[in-house]
Design a protein around this ligand. Structure first.
Ligand code: TRP
Length: 461
């Protein structure tokens, strides 16, 4: 391959050639296991509707503003996260590039458990083919999942299959292919989740009512400071913000795109996919006697029961897990790209070397997450298995800290003039009022919320 591209970011940089391309590709990073796996399980663990309200508030007041900030800087600087932060910092003595470096580190922490969950999804494609997983009995589906995660060989194997596949795609740099695949994958996933939700909602009237009230009838007594932190962490995780991923994607956006409008559209689409996943899972939870608070296993033990009670359920289940795997792949590629772009550009490594280094390290750290339910089940630093620790650390600490500094930088250091110029596309868009409102939120609301939620959630006050 042409290494000059990797070495010098300003030469031959790609752009998303159409508006749809930029929106869909960015949506491809946002939509993933976060919607299908994480959103239902953390909502289930934290009591449902009240948590959902806090999550939506965090998305609007924290996630979306940071997303706009990231995309704006990336599009302005047109470079990887670290280089972007250097380029937008006027005072070269200030180390804002550290935001990019923290982001590249966060990518490892997230990928460590994300690649394992993706491995389970891959495994379930084959389990669905086999058919025996299609059962409405919680004990049967629970045992099948338990057997998978408590088998160290299978856990490692599936994770490594995921990592090898991701490496191949990243090295080949098939961005065009990814863009094309995403364009077809996201609408298909949407339709698929809609079908599953429709089936789940019609399983049994009583269960539907229970599922809906769990998801939409708030009981605020269930909200603790830690639940609020988890909701904010989910908002960061869902929109892929707080670690430079959106800086990188923003650097491929064209200069005439309306950032506030497009990011809001992306945020809403992402939220709808999550809500549909919730509607697919919670009625089924009550219909078949599962526990809403089952944790990370929730998707894998509940969803097969919905397919088991559907005509052609086996076929639909295969398709569902294939589409979920595609969504996970799109998200993982955007995660891996952050350290790979940084390593290759900063240390003049070829993309091949940067990728091998990244995925090699990922296989090492990730194995500790993969073995969390078997060999390392009793290894619990800070009272959490490695899997839970990586999950907690990234969403609830690293992304909020990264997002906090991004908000502070754009709101207080980069300044209104730069922001206004970039968000109005150098005056082409008449959106002064909107930009003022956004600037206010980014300066005064987002950072304060992040600090308060972070410190109270961690029990500092
Ligand atoms: N948003 C993706 C999901 O919901 C995961 C993801 C991709 C991500 N890139 C990220 C999370 C960057 C945090 C930061 O599955």
């Amino acid at each position: 391959m042409d290494t000059s591209i990797a070495k010098n970011v300003s030469v031959n940089r790609g752009v998303f050639t159409t508006t749809l391309g930029a929106v869909v590709a960015t949506l491809g990073s946002a939509v993933g296991l976060g919607n299908i796996w994480k959103f239902p399980y953390v909502t289930g663990e934290n009591g449902g509707a009240a948590f959902l309200i806090v999550y939506v508030a965090c998305t609007l007041l924290v996630g979306l503003p940071v997303m706009i900030a990231e995309i704006t800087m990336g599009r302005k600087a047109r470079a990887n996260a670290v280089t972007t932060m250097e380029r937008v910092t006027e005072n070269r003595k200030q180390p804002w590039w550290l935001i990019g470096a923290l982001g590249a580190t966060a990518a490892f922490v997230i990928m460590a458990f994300y690649s394992e969950v993706a491995g389970w999804v891959y495994a379930y494609v084959f389990k669905a083919f086999g058919g025996e997983v299609l059962s409405t009995n919680p004990e049967v589906t629970g045992k099948i999942f338990g057997d998978l995660v408590s088998d160290p060989v299978q856990s490692l194997l599936w994770q490594w299959i995921v990592l090898i596949l991701m490496s191949v795609i990243i090295v080949l740099g098939v961005t065009k292919g990814i863009e094309r695949a995403t364009k077809f994958m996201i609408p298909s996933l949407f339709v698929m989740v809609l079908i599953v939700a429709a089936r789940s909602l019609t399983l049994d009237g009583g269960a539907t009512a229970q599922g809906l009230s769990f998801l939409f009838k708030p009981d605020f007594s269930k909200i603790t400071a830690e639940a609020v932190l988890v909701a904010m962490g989910l908002a960061f995780f869902k929109l892929s913000v707080g670690m430079g991923c959106m800086i990188t994607y923003g650097s491929y956006w064209q200069s005439d795109q309306n950032i506030p409008v497009k990011t809001t559209l992306i945020m809403f689409s992402d939220l709808i996919v999550s809500l549909l996943a919730g509607l697919a899972i919670f009625p089924a939870v009550y219909a078949f006697g599962f526990e809403p608070s089952a944790g990370p296993s929730l998707l894998f033990i509940t969803i097969p029961a919905v397919f088991a009670s559907m005509p052609m359920g086996q076929l639909f289940m295969v398709l569902f897990f294939i589409l979920t795997a595609f969504a996970a792949n799109g998200a993982m590629l955007s995660l891996i790209e952050v350290p790979v772009a940084f390593l290759s550009e900063r240390f003049n490594l070829t993309r091949l070397k940067a990728t091998l280094l990244t995925t090699g390290l990922l296989a090492l750290t990730g194995s500790t997450a993969a073995l969390s339910s078997s060999t390392l089940a009793n290894f619990k630093p800070f009272g959490k298995t490695m899997f839970d620790l990586f999950d907690y650390l990234s969403s609830n600490i690293m992304l909020p800290v990264g997002g906090l500094f991004i908000a502070i930088f754009v709101g207080w250091v980069w300044g209104r003039k730069n922001l206004e110029a970039e968000l109005s596309n150098q005056g082409a868009l008449q959106n002064k009022g909107l930009v003022s409102a956004f600037y206010f939120v980014l300066r005064f609301i987002t950072p304060v919320l992040v600090v308060v939620i972070l410190l109270s959630g961690l029990g500092v006050f």
